[in-house]
Design a protein around this ligand. Structure first.
Ligand code: FES
Length: 106
């Protein structure tokens, strides 16, 4: 199914969780005390699956992680002035009460 209405001409995914890019072709880098840098070929969609055009001329996209950007979902560097800080070892600590990093226990 092709959606000619999308700026990229790519098909919109059936759901946001089914974004169309190859999983292996995208790298998401968590920047220290900052944004999520998305590197690779991917489709960014809103909560209804509509494509959000990527900034023109930028091969990579920085997504806001601090919640303070005036241009969400993109980072506008507000994280540098709002005091956003990574929690220690973000993403590596198991959620409280699970005893694991979110993976099912064996
Ligand atoms: S992470 Fe940069 S503005 Fe939020």
């Amino acid at each position: 199914m092709t959606d000619p209405g999308t700026p990229s001409g790519r098909s919109a995914p059936a759901s946001p969780g089914a974004a169309g890019a190859d999983a292996g072709s995208v790298t998401i880098k968590v920047r220290k005390n900052g944004s999520l840098l998305v590197i690779g070929d991917f489709l960014l969609v809103d909560h209804e699956g509509r494509e959000i055009p990527r900034p023109v001329g930028k091969p990579n996209v920085a997504l806001c992680r601090c919640g303070q950007s005036a241009n969400k979902p993109f980072c506008d560097s507000t994280h540098k002035t709002c005091g956003f800080m990574d929690p220690p070892e973000a993403g590596r600590e198991p959620p409280p009460g699970t005893g694991s990093a979110g993976a099912p226990s064996a």
